[in-house]
Design a binder for this molecule. Structure first.
Ligand SMILES: [Zn+2]
Ligand SMILES: [Zn+2]
Length: 307
């Protein structure tokens, strides 16, 4: 786990984050993801500066191991001087050696966040899910930690004041907020009460806005007027040419590229539209014929569409 350097903001890793959510549902299945409908509660991972360092770290590690349902895994936590924030050795187990940067001796309340990320490495190693390349694999790890209920700790470790800033993990604060919001929308859970960091709360709100935008893209019926108008225009064009793709106004940040695409059936069948599921981002394909109700096969979200 990396740390240090100026804090990056916004949504630069959104594509990989979304791919990570899809990969998680594919690898774990809907039923397994549902087992994580409740986040790890703050009381279970609280760590204050008067707690014994080693006993406290072991206790929090045990709680996280329990939360992630790794019954036979044992974390051995040690502190040492190192460049990174934390590290874990991925072996066959059942014992795993987690190293935390010495500076956590003086920042005990962030130990839970660092452990959550490292223990998720073990979890993903065990279910044999990884993305190629360190950057993408770390984004997968942060996304999985958050989607499976322990990432609010990572976001809460983000603090900024005039003189200093601190953030853990590879996602920006807003991206942590986004994944946390997607989780809260999927499971009906409100994490906003758990933040001790004001900046974390703000980042969560930004992420929530972005996550709600995913639910208001055409052809979903919840799409706004502007989106629907552009969709109708793109559809007319697609019908005229047999196939085609919606054209977003390139360079127009935020509202940029449209997420849907039209395609005619190869056997000269009816026109279809594909778009990402707002919950898991797997692509959904439905026929273009007005009102359609679809159900995502991966995350089982029911999608009301006006195609
Ligand atoms: Zn890592
Ligand atoms: Zn889905």
């Amino acid at each position: 786990m990396a740390d240090g350097g100026p804090v990056e903001h916004g949504f630069p890793h959104l594509e990989t984050v979304r791919a990570a959510v899809t990969a998680l549902y594919r690898r774990l299945s809907y039923d397994t993801v549902q087992q994580f409908a409740t986040s790890v509660p703050p009381a279970d991972v609280a760590f204050c500066d008067t707690d014994d360092l080693h006993l406290g770290a072991q206790r929090v590690a045990r709680e996280l191991v329990r939360h992630f349902r790794l019954p036979d895994a044992r974390m051995v936590v040690a502190f040492r001087e190192m460049q990174h924030a934390a590290n874990v050795e991925l072996t066959a187990g059942p014992e795993y050696f987690v190293e935390l940067n010495d500076r956590f001796r003086g920042h005990r309340r962030d130990i839970g966040a660092a452990l959550a990320h490292e223990i998720m490495h073990v979890y993903l190693h065990r279910v044999d899910l990884s993305f190629p390349g360190t950057r993408d694999n770390e984004i997968l790890t942060d996304t999985a930690t958050t989607y499976l209920g322990a990432g609010w700790l990572l976001l809460d470790a983000y603090r900024e004041d005039g003189a200093s800033s601190q953030k853990l993990g590879y996602l920006t604060p807003e991206e942590f907020g986004y994944v946390l919001a997607k989780r809260s929308l999927a499971f009906g859970e409100d994490p906003s009460l758990w933040f001790t960091s004001a900046q974390a709360y703000t980042a969560y709100e930004r992420g929530l806005e972005r996550a709600r935008l995913d639910e208001r893209q055409p052809p979903l019926t919840a799409a706004g007027w502007t989106g629907r108008r552009r969709y109708a225009r793109d559809r007319r064009q697609a019908q005229g040419h047999g196939q085609g793709r919606g054209h977003g106004s390139a360079g127009n940040a935020g509202a940029g590229d449209v997420p849907y695409a039209f395609a005619a059936d190869p056997a000269a069948g009816p026109l279809r539209v594909t778009f990402p599921c707002p919950t898991c981002h797997q692509r959904i394909r439905v026929p273009v014929r007005g009102r359609v109700r679809a159900r995502c096969g991966l995350c089982r979200t029911v999608l009301e569409c006006d195609t």
